[in-house]
Design a protein around this ligand. Sequence first.
Ligand code: SF4
Length: 167
Amino acid sequence: MLTATHIAYLHTCHRKLWLFANGIQMEHTSQLVSEGKLIGESSYSDRATKYTELALDGIKIDYYDAKNRIVHEVKKSNKVEYAHIAQVKYYLYILRKNGIEDPQAIIEYPKLRQKESVLWEQGDQEKIENWIKEVQDLITRAECPALDKKPICKSCSYFDFCYIHEV
Ligand code: SF4
């Protein structure tokens, strides 16, 4: 089933998307991922009482304010990335598809002490449906996309896998 992680990886690295979708998962060994989870948990420990967790059609929203229809997403990153926005737009797409009227989202960056509002814009539906097609096309290819070296590789959970032959 397609998830918001697929959509985020589509905007991060096509190789990462393919590896993840084809069952090669290394996230649990990543120090950065566990650090991120910790930031999410410790900075917002009182959230569980205010917000509900919502799992729906392949998405899992940790902090959903059902009363105001607002998704709260916490990111450990020290920069705002388009992949985060794409992931959250996909949440809004699924919520809308399930009859939630005009949902909104806020991405919170505790390290930056910054918040980013994500609104539904005209053309988003078509844009997201194109992303879904792109994901389906990429992940069903027989070959893993070639290594494309880029700065984010250093913090990627697949770094060891991708750079195994590098000196
Ligand atoms: S290490 Fe780089 S090339 Fe490999 S999956 Fe991660 S981001 Fe993509």
